[in-house]
Design a protein around this ligand. Structure first.
Ligand code: SAM
Length: 309
């Protein structure tokens, strides 16, 4: 219900700005593209579940709404606090106009122009925990990873096939079998359908652990070491035929609660829209509605998108 109100308000900028201002005042929510449930999840994970077996990596940290609660939690956990480790926070730190919606009603609204660097703002926000965060500023495709074992990998940067493939190739082999978690912040976001194909393709290497309520995040555990031969593939749309796409989305749908079903269904439609296959996208949309997916969340927005094409 709250999500529906928020989705509607998003379409009316003045009301959306006021809503965001009031919402932040009423909660302890940090400014970011995360929900309070995600921020709490990360904090609790850091405090109670991290074991000190490997590094903690935050891909696509933006203004720190993941980095801050995660690090604060970790600092209450002796497995991290006494380890000398740092949270590895990656971002381009380059402002894009689409980010404005998420800073509506704050002092950051209108502060940056497209292309401006905002790493100083990130550093300002993480100042109290700065000694425990290693900032990797720039294109993660070029920066890559040291190869050290990773215990917790937060992914909010699989924004295209290039980034997704690079994250799989550079970071996934460092996951520790039986231990490491991958926190996919975009799992239930319609724009990133490749995440479903990747997780399906690597389904024998991961277990679904849980999802974060009232968010788009879903958590997996690596259960089998990912070898180079598993991932040295030509990742892209052409790697998957329609049967694989059906299987991948059926797999994802089977893992998650009703709350996230419409968004995952919308991601399936988006798989075809990204390839400009409008007729196929329309067919898939109709099939999903016939199968009973409610016209809720991002299924509603994808319907509007389809009718505007
Ligand atoms: C959706 S935003 C992240 C929001 C953040 N996780 C939060 O919840 O507040 C995605 C982030 O990915 C970053 N990003 C996009 N392409 C990148 C790249 N090539 N290398 C590193 N970061 C990138 C963007 O700068 C952006 O901050």
């Amino acid at each position: 219900m709250l999500r529906q109100v928020r989705d509607r308000l998003r379409q009316i900028p003045f009301l959306h700005n006021s809503y965001m201002r009031v919402k932040r005042r009423l909660s302890t929510e940090l400014l970011g593209m995360t929900t309070l449930t995600e921020q709490k999840y990360l904090n609790v994970y850091g405090q109670n579940s991290y074991k000190g077996l490997g590094e903690v990596v935050d891909l696509g940290c933006w203004l720190g709404s993941t980095t801050i609660p995660l690090t604060n939690g970790l600092l209450k956990n002796s497995a991290f606090a006494n380890s000398g480790r740092k949270v590895h926070a990656y971002d381009l730190f380059e402002w894009f106009n689409w980010m404005e919606t998420s800073v509506a009603g704050t002092g950051l609204y209108g502060k940056y122009r497209e292309g401006d660097n905002f790493v100083d703002e990130f550093r300002r926000r993480i100042e109290p925990i700065a000694d425990h965060v290693e900032v990797h500023a720039g294109d993660l495709k070029q920066i890559g990873w040291s190869g050290d074992e990773i215990e917790f990998l937060l992914v909010d940067a699989m924004k295209g096939w290039d980034l997704a493939a690079s994250i799989v190739r550079d970071f996934y082999p460092s996951l520790i079998a039986g231990q490491s978690l991958v926190f996919h912040q975009d799992f239930a976001h319609h724009f990133t359908p490749w995440i479903h194909l990747i997780q399906w393709r690597l389904r024998h290497h991961f277990n679904h652990v849980e999802e974060v309520p009232n968010s788009q995040s879903v958590v997996f555990r690596c259960i089998k070491q990912i070898e180079r031969s598993d991932i040295d593939l030509d990742w892209g749309f052409d790697l998957f035929d329609d049967d694989s796409v059906d299987a991948a989305f059926a797999y994802s749908m089977s893992l998650i609660s009703n709350e996230k079903q419409p968004n995952i269904a919308a991601a399936k439609v988006m798989w075809y829209l990204h390839q400009d296959l409008k007729a196929k996208a329309n067919t898939v949309f109709s099939e999903l509605v016939t199968e009973g997916v409610p016209l809720d969340g991002e299924m509603r927005s994808i319907k509007e998108k389809l009718s505007s094409l």
